[in-house]
Each structure stands twice: as structure tokens, then as C-alpha cells.
Design a protein around this ligand. Sequence first.
Ligand SMILES: *[C@@H]1O[C@H](CO)[C@@H](O)[C@H](O)[C@H]1NC(C)=O
Ligand SMILES: *[C@@H]1O[C@H](CO)[C@@H](O)[C@H](O)[C@H]1NC(C)=O
Ligand SMILES: *[C@@H]1O[C@H](CO)[C@@H](O)[C@H](O)[C@H]1NC(C)=O
Ligand SMILES: *[C@@H]1O[C@H](CO)[C@@H](O)[C@H](O)[C@H]1NC(C)=O
Ligand SMILES: *[C@@H]1O[C@H](CO)[C@@H](O)[C@H](O)[C@H]1NC(C)=O
Ligand SMILES: *[C@@H]1O[C@H](CO)[C@@H](O)[C@H](O)[C@H]1NC(C)=O
Ligand SMILES: *[C@@H]1O[C@H](CO)[C@@H](O)[C@H](O)[C@H]1NC(C)=O
Length: 381
Amino acid sequence: MIALLTALLFASAIQDVTADDNNHCPSGWTFSSNTSLCYIQSPQYLTYAEADPFCQSIGGSQVFVFTLRELTWLTDFTKSSFAQPWLATTRNTTTGSWYNSDKTSPSTSFWTTGEPSLNGDCATFKGMGASGIQATPCYSIQPALCRQMPALCPTQTNYGGLSTRSGTITSPGYPVQYYNNLNCLYTITSPVNTYITLLFSPYMLEDFFDYIDVYDGPNSSYPYLGTTDDWWYIRDDFESSSNVVSFIFHTDSIITDKGWLLTWNSKSNTPPISQSGQNGSFTSPNYPNNYDPNTEQLYYITAPTGFQVNVTITDFVTELNYDVLEVYNSSYVSSYNLVANLSGLAVAPWSWVSPSKYVTMRFRSDYMIQKKGFNIVWFIQ
Ligand SMILES: *[C@@H]1O[C@H](CO)[C@@H](O)[C@H](O)[C@H]1NC(C)=O
Ligand SMILES: *[C@@H]1O[C@H](CO)[C@@H](O)[C@H](O)[C@H]1NC(C)=O
Ligand SMILES: *[C@@H]1O[C@H](CO)[C@@H](O)[C@H](O)[C@H]1NC(C)=O
Ligand SMILES: *[C@@H]1O[C@H](CO)[C@@H](O)[C@H](O)[C@H]1NC(C)=O
Ligand SMILES: *[C@@H]1O[C@H](CO)[C@@H](O)[C@H](O)[C@H]1NC(C)=O
Ligand SMILES: *[C@@H]1O[C@H](CO)[C@@H](O)[C@H](O)[C@H]1NC(C)=O
Ligand SMILES: *[C@@H]1O[C@H](CO)[C@@H](O)[C@H](O)[C@H]1NC(C)=O
């Protein structure tokens, strides 16, 4: 407990000192509006093997050239320095081919004139004259060139939509690294008559200081649903009461991690309809009037043990391929037990006998074109 409090006091003391909000990069780093990343070249000279650990020790990773736009920017950034910084690009001495640290190959047009030569198995960046990548002996001593994600929220803040039932969202830079000083708002919308479940997994954030606050509506002026950072444990799942939910990803000014992957799903607000006994009947919502857009309705039939269920559809009118009634020969929804997927005008009359005492049906409509729906009767046999 004392150790924890000490750590907290220590961390909050540092926070104010290192923040540099001017250009979304930590102090000493340079923001490139061309690549939207932060760059730094080390003042000290290092061997190739020392360069990447150095970059990681200051919260970044070693640069390799990944676009022509970045090559142009790097030329501008390094042209005033005589020393050519290391790139995370090496030759595989078995195959003779060159690879970046992410296993991609550098584009042939990124090399400077006459390169790659046999002059070395590691690469540096030549900023003067004809700029580009140059083969360099790995034992050479050169500056390190590092980059990291800036403190920028994604430009997209609205996710999902009235016809979207599920999705995934990741933190900026995931799964490599998010950045400090973030307050990013994300809003998710799902079909009307649904609510939204959120699961943040994987969730890899700096404990206590980087966290997510969740709200039951489009922004933080709506009721607070809680935080991922509940001090004594990480809470990773949340549930909204309606079809709009939002959350704010907060990070402080020091220490980052890989980030999070959010999987969200919408669930129907209308409770399932369950019937048992010897017979019964179901209709689509509002039948014989039109069902609503984005409806989801579950139906469960449980017959007495030893009986089978005769299911007969007497009337059926839906939008072909988009408003569908799925029929399952089981007590739950499972693609392994899908017996029929019905839609359109040509379904009725339709009849089927379940091999077991269970029948499950699920009706789903999309956001466009609503119709009368269906009438179903069932009895045991
Ligand atoms: C950065 O982008 C701007 C606008 O696209 C361009 O004018 C400028 O030359 C670029 N600078 C570098 C160094 O790439
Ligand atoms: C070099 O390439 C060979 C053949 O593809 C591969 O087996 C080896 O692991 C590579 N070496 C390095 C250091 O990546
Ligand atoms: C929250 O959203 C509501 C409705 O969209 C809007 O009227 C309000 O200004 C927003 N509040 C903030 C703090 O953004
Ligand atoms: C339906 O079931 C009820 C008992 O649950 C029974 O009284 C009735 O006769 C059944 N109707 C038909 C048509 O089988
Ligand atoms: C039923 O068919 C519709 C339209 O082709 C499709 O979107 C849906 O995924 C299908 N349902 C299942 C459970 O395969
Ligand atoms: C249920 O339906 C599935 C899919 O059509 C089928 O493979 C399976 O054999 C059925 N189960 C029984 C008990 O008939
Ligand atoms: C279900 O019962 C009806 C009415 O008795 C009958 O016409 C139909 O053939 C039965 N369905 C099946 C698949 O046996």
C-alpha cells in the first residue's frame, strides 16, 4: 500500500514537468504533419545493435522508411546533419535480401543512387544529396532515429450506425503503442430497439493513470456507466441502456502501453417470447401491421419430453434477404442447428417437424423496407 501511494505521488509529480502539448509530441521530439508521427535523432552515436533499444528506452521505436512521403520528410529532418542515422533495415546474409524490422522489404525506389551495395549488412539514411537508404557496416557508429505515435485522437469519433449490429474499435496505434495526453471521445450507435455491450479485450494500459470512462449516451453529459480503472481490478465489460453509448480514453503525460481492442455488440431490447405445452402460435411484431425497422425478436418452443413439434407458417411477407426468420432445431441460436433461413414473398405455406422437443426462431429486420411479417402455428405430435 505504501509502495503504491509512493508510486502515485511520484508519478503525479512528474506529470506536469514533461508535458509538452504544443505539437502532440514529448519535448525534444519533432512532429511531422506529413506522416503524423513524432521523430527524434539521438545526439549520441551508437552501434546498430544499440539503436533500437535506445529508441525503446525513450518510448519510441526505430525508424524504417515506409512511404515516399516519409522519405521526403526524413530527408528534410536529417539533411542538416552529416551523420547518417541507423534505420531498422538489415540484410539477411543467407538470402541476400533486405528486410525492415516488421519483415516487410524496403521499396527499391527508397535506396539512394547505386544502392543497395555490398558495403554492409545494416542500413542508414542518407539525407544529403540524393537521399535514401544506404548499406552500411553494422559495426559503424551512427545516431539512432526513432519515431512514436503523437497525442492525436482518431479523426473518426462516430462508430456503428442505425443498421450496424456489431463492430471493433482499437486505440490509436494499437497494437504497437498509444500516446500520452489523450482525451479521445468515441461514440457508438446501434439499431433502435437495441442496447450495446462493450468488451475491452485485450486491454493493456498504464495502471491507474490511463483509463476509459463509459457513458450511457452520446457524450460525457449522459449518465456515467463506470470506468475500466476500478483501482483494485480492471473492469473490461459495460452495457448501455439504449442504442447510443460513448467512452473517453484518457492517458496521462508519461508511460504508455500497447492499448486496447474493443468488441461491441447490440442486443435486442424486446424480451424473447417463450411458449410450451401442446400448441401455440406466434406472429411477427405488430402483425398484421408492419414490423419495425431493425427489429430482433427471439421465439422459443419447448414441447413435453418425447414429442416433436410441427411448425407451420400460414402467412409470410418480408423483404427478401434482408428481413429474415431463422429456424433452429435446438433450444438456442447456433449456426450448427440452422434448419431454414426464410425471407421474401414465396415462403408460405411452409411446414416442418422438429426432430426434438425444441424449436428456436429468430426474426431480424434491417433499417429499410418494412412489411406485414408472418403468422406461425405449432402443435406437438
Ligand atoms: C509536407 O507536406 C506538404 C503538403 O502536402 C508539402 O508541401 C511539403 O513539401 C511536405 N514536406 C515534406 C518535408 O515532406
Ligand atoms: C534469413 O532467411 C532464411 C531463409 O528464408 C531464414 O531461414 C532465416 O531465418 C533468415 N535469417 C534472419 C536473421 O532473419
Ligand atoms: C452531448 O450531446 C448532446 C446531444 O447530442 C448535446 O446537446 C450536448 O451539447 C453534448 N454535450 C457535450 C458536452 O458535448
Ligand atoms: C391446444 O392446447 C390446449 C392445452 O394447452 C388444448 O386444450 C387444445 O385442445 C389444443 N388445441 C389443439 C388444436 O390441439
Ligand atoms: C440468413 O440469410 C440472410 C440473408 O441472406 C443472412 O444475412 C443471414 O446471415 C442468414 N442467417 C444465418 C444464420 O445464416
Ligand atoms: C439440426 O439441424 C442441423 C442443420 O440443418 C442438422 O445438421 C442436424 O442434424 C439437425 N439435428 C437433428 C437432431 O436433426
Ligand atoms: C404439420 O401438420 C399439418 C397439419 O396437420 C400437416 O398438413 C403438415 O404436413 C405437417 N407438417 C409436416 C412437415 O409433417
